[in-house]
Design a protein around this ligand. Structure first.
Ligand code: AMP
Length: 283
């Protein structure tokens, strides 16, 4: 495994592999790796000969009052995981390498796909992600890129970006990796106190219950969703959103149709920790 910090070196490494006829898969991460990331690495390996991982906490996707400064960072441990997983190249750029110095004249705007879910709650978040992923695709030049369903809206926006900006790569979505009690794995789970960690799986349990009700025939789930959110509040969660969304346009849907596929997605705070989760289900 090689670890590289510069654009020239990552390009040289990836082009070298591709010139040997190898297919290269890329998994962008912000580090603080957990089993969710490792499941992406393993899926990437099924789609390619070699796997390249980036570890970069992207300042552009954090709002002024968000946790950029506190975001967990542990490069040494991350590199051990990457080595154990048989990763070929790890790209660990600095902010200066990613963004250079001086004024920036361009940005990426996103229409509609960004209006609800995390896009609605975190202004600038997906513009920052689209920007860094666009740059990383141009820098790394992979044949395949793997992202998690955990961030479904992110996947959808990147999918659209690949299509509209003609990135020459195949996108693969990996399922959500969960702890035994159902909590979706996340680097931010490290912020949870013992009590909060015990409470956290209630979010996914609630979501599973809602999906079950819908599949039992409840085609207008809004009042149930309101009731379940109130329940979560009484247990100590602070709600951001919990709704059914269309799979492609990322807009809320109140009247469901039998046979259609939807996304139930939620975001809550436990203390200061923001947790997101989702379930893709057929109605
Ligand atoms: P992050 O380091 O949080 O930016 O995540 C890097 C990639 O890992 C993204 O594509 C995420 O969607 C994905 N990911 C994060 N958590 C999970 C999880 N629990 N299961 C599967 N993929 C995940």
């Amino acid at each position: 495994m090689i670890v590289v910090e510069t654009i020239d070196k990552i390009r040289e490494a990836v082009k070298g592999l591709q010139s040997e006829g190898k297919k290269v898969a890329f998994v962008p991460t912000m580090g603080a790796l957990h089993n969710g990331h490792l499941s992406l690495f393993r899926l990437a390996k099924k789609h390619a000969d070699e796997v390249v991982v980036s570890i970069y906490v992207n300042p552009e996707q954090f709002g002024p009052n968000e946790d950029f400064g506190n975001y967990p960072r542990n490069l040494e441990r991350d590199l051990t995981f990457c080595k154990e997983e048989g990763i070929s190249v790890v790209f660990t750029p600095s902010d200066e390498i990613m963004y250079g110095k001086g004024k920036k004249f361009l940005s990426i705007e996103i229409e509609e796909l960004n209006d609800y879910l995390d896009g609605g709650s975190r202004p600038g978040y997906f513009q920052g992600i689209a920007l860094v992923v666009n740059k990383l695709f141009n820098i790394v030049g992979p044949d395949v890129a793997v992202f998690g369903q955990k961030d479904y809206q992110q996947f959808q926006i990147i999918h659209q970006m690949v299509k509209e900006f003609n990135h020459d790569l195949e996108l693969v979505m990996a399922p959500i990796e969960r702890a035994e009690d159902g909590l979706a794995l996340s680097s931010r789970n490290a912020y949870l106190s013992k009590e909060e960690r015990e409470l956290a799986p209630l979010m996914y349990n609630t979501m599973k219950k809602v999906v079950q009700e819908i599949q039992n025939g409840l085609l207008e789930p809004d009042s149930l969703l309101d009731k379940e959110q109130q329940q979560l509040e009484t247990k100590g969660f602070k709600n951001d959103y919990l709704s059914v969304f269309s799979m492609n346009r990322m807009t809320p849907v109140s009247q469901l149709k039998k046979g259609e596929t939807y996304l139930l997605a939620g975001a809550v705070y436990l203390g200061k920790t923001r947790l997101i989760d989702n379930i893709i289900f057929e109605c």
